[in-house]
Design a protein around this ligand. Structure first.
Ligand code: BGC
Length: 452
């Protein structure tokens, strides 16, 4: 074993007790979720704002019918999906950056790139600049969303890792809620503030996260990967709230190093291309092969998107409007977002108490049952106001199941399933899959709903 480290066979002594300060340090990174949620949530509202529509179409609301006073679909589609393009490639590139420059540095760079994108969007008065701004901001969100999970999984104590990564999902839900509230507050303004306020506000999340991370330490696993054991000891002591020479810190470091040595023997590094190719080695039949892990991570994120939850968050307001029997679709939409926020904390406990797999199985079952009930009500008695109320209740129960299981579960798992030599790339590929399917599934569900 490297560098005279002290190992122990007593697993209870491998990790320091979780101090409040250590807990807070790890949990702070979850703040990155606000980015993700807010950024996904605000644009829909902005594209429905009268001032924004007038600016981008030249239509006069006084002389245009409500049905015609909308952004053309191609513009809506371009403005929405250009962010996903940025996030997809941003997440993939971030895997490399996190290995070369460190997890923390990559997240801080992500915040800076994001701020540049937001400034362009805020300054925009036409299509070109808002599209360019969203593409650049997308890269930033891609960096942050892929590497935050990696960073949190690597610094969090094992006992509370699931709960801390679930905190990230909680912040996503808070971001979505904040976006709905800010949009609601500015939607009727008759000046550029209507869209500039919700757009510019995002800089605040980036500043808080970037400055906060600047004060937090780098991941000890990154230093172990780079062979810098002294730095690894220092930062591990900081995130565990222990002195550098503490036995507990030494034991944990010894375990990280031993794991890394074992994994590097099993997965020799080689050239740059080899390090990517490593994510796909080992064959389909070997349960613990890298290929199986990569397929698991990317398909978990794909299936999370295929639950269809973003249909409710992205298009809920217009969908509830179209049902024709609801007086305040915005309120219903806000309620669904609130159910999402309030149900997520349940997973802080369940993810550790019941384990990841049972949580995903029960969550999927709950969602399927609710979706069937909503579909049956919709096709049999969809015009009856009482039936529509029941439908909304089941949509809320469905969100409850998502928020307490698959929402956090998919993120927790991708932080845990990859061995260190391929972890940054594995997490990056899985996050890129989330963004890819986020874009495809939300467009598809919109298309299918309004076609049928
Ligand atoms: C998903 C997002 C979704 C959010 C809803 C996340 O885990 O990846 O696409 O909007 O949960 O809370």
């Amino acid at each position: 074993m490297a560098g005279g480290l002290v190992a122990t066979a007593d697993t209870a002594r491998i990790e320091a007790p979780v101090t409040f300060k250590a807990y807070l340090m790890c949990a702070f990174a979850a703040f990155g979720g606000i980015f993700f949620g807010y950024d996904s949530g605000y644009i829909n509202g902005v594209m429905g704002m009268p001032y924004f529509i007038e600016q981008h179409t030249g239509l006069d609301p006084a002389t245009t019918s409500a049905a015609d006073f909308v952004l053309p679909s191609w513009k809506k589609s371009l403005i929405t999906s250009i962010l996903s393009a940025g996030t997809f490639f941003g997440a993939i590139i971030a895997g490399d950056l996190a290995d070369f420059f460190g997890r923390r540095t990559t997240i801080i760079v992500g915040c800076i790139v994001f701020i540049v994108g937001v400034i362009l969007q805020t300054a925009s008065t036409g299509l070109g600049l808002i599209v360019a701004g969203r593409l650049i901001a997308g890269f930033g969100v891609g960096f942050v969303s892929a590497i935050i999970i990696l960073y949190m999984s690597e610094i969090a104590p094992r006992k509370v890792r699931g709960a801390i990564v679930s905190g990230y999902q909680f912040c996503i839900t808070v971001g979505l809620l904040l976006a709905s509230c800010v949009n609601y507050g500015t939607q009727n303004r008759n000046d550029t503030g209507s869209y500039r306020i919700p757009i510019a506000l995002q800089m605040l999340w980036a500043l808080i996260l970037g400055i906060g991370l600047f004060l937090l330490p780098e991941s000890p696993r990154y230093f172990v990967k780079k062979g810098k054991l002294d730095r690894a000891t220092e930062v591990l002591a900081r995130v565990r709230g222990q002195p550098v020479d503490s036995e507990l810190v030494q034991h944990e470091l010894a375990e990280i190093v031993a794991n890394h040595e074992y994994e590097t023997r099993a997965i020799p590094q080689g050239s740059y291309f080899k390090s990517w190719a490593n994510c796909f080695t080992g064959g389909l039949r070997t349960p613990s092969s890298n290929l199986r892990r990569t397929i698991l991570g990317t398909s978990l994120q794909m299936m999370q998107q295929w639950t269809g939850v973003n249909f409710v968050f992205y298009f809920g307001t217009t969908f509830f409007q179209d049902l024709g029997t609801i007086q305040n679709p915005f309120l219903i939409s806000l309620i669904t977002t609130l159910v999402n926020v309030c149900s997520t904390p349940i997973s802080f406990w369940t993810v550790e108490r019941f384990g990841r797999r049972p949580l995903l199985i029960w969550g999927a079952l709950g969602m399927v049952v609710c979706q069937f009930i909503v579909a049956i009500i919709g096709v049999t008695d969809g015009q009856n106001p009482a039936a529509v109320k029941a439908m909304i209740a089941f949509i809320c129960i469905y969100i409850f199941f998502f928020a307490s299981t698959w929402g956090p579960g998919a993120w927790v798992l991708i932080g845990e399933i990859f061995p260190l030599p391929i972890r940054s790339r594995g997490v990056a590929l899985s996050t890129a899959s989330n963004w890819l399917w986020n874009c495809v599934s939300s467009k598809l569900s919109l298309y299918v709903t309004y076609l049928c």
